[in-house]
Design a protein around this ligand. Sequence first.
Ligand SMILES: Nc1ncnc2c1ncn2[C@@H]1O[C@H](COP(=O)(O)OP(=O)(O)OP(=O)(O)O)[C@@H](O)[C@H]1O
Ligand SMILES: [Mg+2]
Length: 263
Amino acid sequence: MGSILEARNVEFEYLHGSPVLSDINFELFQGKNLGIVGESGSGKSTILRLLLGIRKPTDGEILFGGKNLSVADKKQAREFRAQVQVVFQDPYSSLDPRQRIDRLIAEPLVSLGLANSLGGNSRESRRRWIESQVEDSLRSVGLSTDSLKKYPAEFSGGQRQRVAIARAIVCNPKVLLADEPVSALDVTTRVQVIDLLKELGESRGQTIVMVSHDLAVVAALCDETIVLEKGAIVEKGKTSKVLGNPSQSYTRKLIESLPRLPH
Ligand SMILES: Nc1ncnc2c1ncn2[C@@H]1O[C@H](COP(=O)(O)OP(=O)(O)OP(=O)(O)O)[C@@H](O)[C@H]1O
Ligand SMILES: [Mg+2]
C-alpha cells in the first residue's frame, strides 16, 4: 500500500532565512503513527507546516496520496484540506473565545463546504447533518453534548484540547497532525489526551503525526519515529528501536535530557 503523505528530498528556508530543513525524506502510512522529536529549533513545527500545506518546500516535494501537493488543482487542494487536520499546543489560544463549542467544532465542515456536498439538498437536512457530525465527534473525544452551547472559557485545559481535537476530526481526516498537543496540560490530563488520540487512531482510522518534547508521549503513541537535528533527519525507524536502542549520540543525549512521564 502506498503512503498517505510523503516528504521527498525536501529543502526549506523561510523568506530571507538560512536553510531550516535539508534533505528530508519520509513516508507516512495509514495506521502507523509517526513521532517527530528533536531539540528546540530543529525544525519540527516547520515540517508540520509543510505537511499541512501552509508552507511550500523550497525544493523537493510533499506528496499526498502520491500526488505533489504544490501542483494540486482546486478540487484536490480542498480534498487535501479535509484529509489533513491539525491540533496545536495551546488549547487557550487555538479556540476563538467568542464562539460556542457547536460552532467551533462545525467550522471545518462549513469552511470546506462539506455540508453542501454531503449534507443533502435542503437547508434543513444540511443543518441536521452538521449537527450530527458535531455531536459524533464531541462524543468521540469523550465530551457530552451538554457542552454544545458552552464557550471555551467554561472548560478546563484538558477539555479544551478535547474540543480542539473534536474540531480536527469532524471532517474525518485521514491524518491528524499534532504539535506538542499535551505539553500545556498537567501530567494526568496529558495521559488521558494521549489515550484519547491512541483510541481515535484505532476507532476512526486516523493516523497521527506527533511532535513532542516528551519522548514518553511519542513512545506511547507512535510506531515510527524521526529524530531531527538542525533540520536534518539523523535517525528514523521503529520507535522501539530509535528510542530503545538509538544508534546516534544525538538521540541518546535527547533521551537523557528530556523530561519523561512517570509510570
Ligand atoms: N515564521 C518563521 N520565520 C522565520 N524563521 C522561522 C519561522 N518559524 C521558525 N523559524 C526558524 O526555523 C527554525 C526551526 O523552527 P521550528 O519552529 O520548526 O522548530 P521546532 O523544532 O518546532 O522548535 P520548538 O521545539 O522550539 O517548537 C528555527 O531556527 C526558527 O527560528
Ligand atoms: Mg515547534
